[in-house]
Design a protein around this ligand. Structure first.
Ligand code: PGA
Length: 248
């Protein structure tokens, strides 16, 4: 079984000075795979200060090249040393109009360039309260499956990020996360993906003090960390919790 995977999502944060301090303070750590997804302008800087972590970006263009002002292609990200790219983060869906099919096309672009897409899915609070978690997540995954197929999905990382837990300080409980992850793995298996080998990360208010309980759940293979990834101390504590909870 692979090691757990912990990925920092810096979102729209950072400066050359702050990034350098943060990355230098994240020392080497065995027993867990780690990555940081940084803003585009900082990819080169981060690439030089990774200390054993992998590099990722936070979004990618669905297009390969051409007249698409402002876009950044998967090939460019690969050239800068990226291994991962987040697609379909709920902030991109809610604030930048990315629909399910766009997310699928972005995942396809990532795979074409040899990147691993981190496909984000998750329900709103109203959807959870209405008992519609897997209806929503299944729709989001289904749209990606339609475009990249079960083979492509098998080469992706899935991040379950309930919208109500992101940046709210209210993480899903370990039981809520565990239940959703198990359901996602079942969905992946039923739809032809190599579900047992895939990593399903939890994201949404993961902190140093709740990481261990979340990572102890059998289907939680790591985390996608927002706010807490901006503190080396917190990020490292979360990574150590992943080490303590062993393989996926
Ligand atoms: P958070 O963000 O850890 O700040 O809740 C997680 C994410 O948006 O990926």
């Amino acid at each position: 079984m692979p090691q757990k995977l912990v990925i920092g999502n810096w979102k729209l944060n950072g400066s050359l000075a702050a990034n350098e301090a943060l990355l230098k303070a994240c020392g080497a750590l065995a027993g867990v795979d780690r990555a940081v997804c940084v803003p585009f302008p900082y990819l080169a800087q981060a690439a030089s200060l990774l200390g054993g972590m992998a590099l990722g970006a936070q979004t990618v263009s669905e297009f390969q090249s051409g007249a698409y002002t402002g876009e950044v292609s998967a090939e460019m990200l690969a050239e800068m040393g990226c291994r991962y790219v987040i697609v379909g983060h709920s902030e991109r869906r809610a604030l930048f109009g990315e629909d399910d099919a766009t997310v699928g096309r972005k995942a396809a672009a990532a795979l074409r360039s040899g990147l691993v897409p981190i496909v984000c899915v998750g329900e709103s609070l109203a959807e959870r309260e209405a008992g519609r978690v897997m209806e929503v997540v299944g729709r989001q995954l289904g749209a990606v499956l339609e475009i990249i197929g079960a083979q492509g999905l098998s080469r992706s990382v899935i991040a379950y990020e309930p919208v109500w837990a992101i940046g709210s300080g209210r993480a899903a409980s370990a039981e809520e996360a565990g239940e959703a992850h198990a359901a996602i793995r079942r969905w992946l298996a039923e739809n032809g993906a190599l579900a047992a080998e895939m990593r399903i990360l939890y994201g949404g208010s993961v902190k140093a003090d709740n990481a261990a309980a979340l990572f102890a759940m059998p289907d939680v293979d790591g985390g996608l960390i927002g706010g807490a990834a901006l503190s080396a101390q917190d990020f490292m504590a979360i990574c150590r919790a992943a080490v303590a909870n062993g393989a996926c």
